[in-house]
Design a binder for this molecule. Structure first.
Ligand code: E4P
Length: 219
């Protein structure tokens, strides 16, 4: 499963990228607002840090407007992935852009039927929002499971990009079901390394090491 960082914070992206933990980045208008940065400028900077897809979202709601915005966004770098909402206008835009060889992430997916439409429109990625699904009394994992089944039934190539991932259990379940990608805030990604027994183990080893009175020679 590929990991994308769901953020527009440059320092966090750089850190995760240098650690080899991420394969791409997703942003949205709320994350751009949170970063306090200029959209075009920060997107360009992110595209220079990671080799993989960097999702940048259009804000127009009509096909022509989305195409005009996508035209500008796709010039930023080769690894820009245009994010469009899961509406009929967004799907029309998706078909046109992917037909031209541009990566598209169809976002705000909340049902398996919506995911079916995104695949039929040739989306590179479709983003089911697990956390927001859970927040509203549905099981986000049921959605991922249905999508995996349907995409496999018809050998759709659209990648399932599990989004709105809030905690380690979301990540684990996505990996079990076989989501192609998951995008999560940096804190959730680094938090996957945490385990109380790892900390306890380190503590024990270091205590015994201190008793040996030795040190490892370094240059
Ligand atoms: C995905 O691309 C979105 O940016 C994101 O995952 C939304 O997550 P949220 O529900 O935590 O805002």
């Amino acid at each position: 499963m590929k990991f994308f960082a769901d953020t527009a914070e440059i320092d966090a992206i750089r850190e995760l990228s240098e650690a080899g933990l991420i394969d791409g980045v997703t942003t949205n208008p709320s994350l751009i607002h949170k970063s306090g940065r200029d959209f075009m400028e920060v997107t360009k900077e992110i595209c220079g840090i990671v080799d993989g897809p960097v999702s940048a979202e259009v804000v127009a709601l009509d096909h022509d407007g989305m195409m005009r915005e996508a035209e500008t966004l796709r010039k930023i770098a080769d690894n820009v992935c245009i994010k469009v909402p899961l509406t009929i206008e967004g799907l029309k835009t998706c078909r046109k852009l992917t037909g031209d060889g541009t990566m598209v992430n169809v976002t705000l997916c909340f049902s398996a039927n919506q995911a079916l439409l995104a695949a039929k429109a040739g989306a590179t990625f479709v983003s089911p929002f697990i956390g927001r699904h859970d927040d509203n009394g549905f099981d986000g994992m049921d959605l991922i499971r249905d999508m995996r089944l349907i995409y496999d039934n018809y050998a759709f190539e659209t990648e399932i990009l599990a989004a709105s991932v809030r905690h380690p259990v979301h990540v684990l379940e996505c990996a079990r079901i076989g989501a192609d990608v998951m995008t999560a805030p940096p804190k959730v990604i680094t938090g996957l390394a945490n385990h109380v027994l790892t900390d306890k183990g380190i503590e024990g080893f270091l205590a015994d090491w201190a008793k040996t009175g030795q040190s490892i020679p370094t240059a």
